[in-house]
Design a protein. Structure first.
Length: 379
């Protein structure tokens, strides 16, 4: 028992090191000093479907950014609410806003991916910034980002935003999910061309147009619900120079309104992230359950030295979550809920897979995508 406890403790030291390295060595965009050099042109591309609640604030922040060579292209993907009216109202005030309307979805495409692909084709910037319709930006952030991108000659930059919520419980889950995301993606390894690690988020994927086209663009990931992450993968595989940065104050968005809606929303990305493989799901879930929950069970049922070692593991896990939460703008005390959040995370993964398997596909934004077609788009 003691040998097992010490092995688990060793794993926790490794995880703590990875998390500490990622959170301290990831560059922060708001700290970048803007120079006087000319910066490349940027086209912001947004896919919008029924976004009447949030798109005006988000788009207003983009349209008023301080950047000389800026193009904004919003693709209205079959919206049935007030989204088209809001877009046309903004276009009157900002004539440089380009609107592309899509009325039908071609077979073999996920709606968002098709919309982003069409937006990229309709835009002309040297760089493409793929972002969501609910992300709010500060006026100066794009200059800082492009200064960093130009200085490091990057082809792809992912910026991790601040995700806020109105729910205490959801905010806690966001911190846990963020910690797992960082441990899995290893942001500081993304810039290493020898590393297999890649990253991408829907809130901020900045891509050099030539690298995007070389990788096949969204056509390569046309049926991937996890398109943001997989865009990072195809770019890395295509030889693009990639990097990841953070920005907890000047780029932010609300992920979901409630914890339940967040768990439901992850249905489209967690199981696809395992390429819809049931065996991978079982292995991954069991491994995480042993790693995240094992030490807490050890404290309850072990005795003597093994119990003390397991207790040390629990303290490290709670400290890591608290530190991660503080760094991304969350609450420090969230570390105390580590085992509860671990159970929720595991429930989300298993529930996502079961729902996809039972329904035979994914239902997302008014369209059903059969599992047989989704599995065919391997990346």
């Amino acid at each position: 028992m003691l040998e097992t406890a010490l092995f688990v403790l060793f794993l926790y030291f490794i995880l703590a090191f990875i998390l500490l390295e990622s959170l301290t060595r990831t560059p922060v965009m708001r700290l970048v000093e803007v120079g006087s050099a000319d910066l490349p042109s940027v086209s912001v591309v947004i896919a919008a479907r029924d976004e009447e609640e949030k798109i005006e604030e988000a788009l207003q922040s983009i349209l008023t950014m301080k950047y000389d060579s800026l193009e904004v292209c919003v693709v209205d993907d079959r919206s049935t609410d007030r989204t088209p009216a809001i877009l046309h109202s903004l276009q009157i005030r900002y004539p440089f806003l380009k609107i592309v309307r899509i009325d039908t979805l071609p077979k073999g495409w996920i709606g968002k991916n098709h919309a982003l692909f069409q937006g990229a084709r309709a835009s002309r910037g040297d760089y493409l910034l793929f972002t969501d319709a609910d992300v709010v930006y500060s006026r100066s952030i794009l200059k800082k980002v492009m200064t960093y991108v130009t200085a490091h000659e990057l082809d792809h930059l992912t910026v991790l935003p601040r995700i806020w919520s109105r729910s205490y419980y959801l905010d806690s889950f966001i911190s846990f999910f963020g910690m797992c995301f960082i441990l899995f993606c290893r942001p500081t390894k993304v810039r290493d061309p020898r590393s297999r690690h890649f990253i991408g988020v829907g809130a901020f994927n900045l891509v050099r147009r030539t690298s995007y086209e070389k990788a096949g663009g969204h056509q390569t990931i046309c049926l991937r619900p996890d398109d943001d992450v997989k865009l990072g993968k195809i770019l890395k595989l295509g030889g693009a120079k990639c990097d990841c940065a953070s920005e907890s104050k000047e780029i932010y968005c609300e992920w979901h309104a409630t914890l339940w809606s967040a768990l439901r929303g992850l249905e489209k990305s967690s199981f696809p992230g395992l390429d819809y493989k049931v065996l991978s799901l079982v292995f991954f879930s069991v491994s995480l359950a042993i790693l995240f929950l094992g030490p807490y069970l050890g404290v309850l049922f072990a005795s003597g030295s093994p119990r003390l070692v397991f207790l040390t593991c629990c303290i490290i896990s709670m400290a890591c979550l608290s530190y991660c939460s503080a760094k991304i703008g969350g609450r420090i005390e969230v570390g105390l809920y580590f085992p509860i959040l671990a159970v929720l995370f595991l429930f989300m993964m298993v529930d996502s897979a079961l729902r996809v398997l039972i329904k035979g596909g994914i239902h997302w934004r008014g369209t059903f995508y059969p599992l047989s077609e989704l599995r065919g788009n391997k990346v």
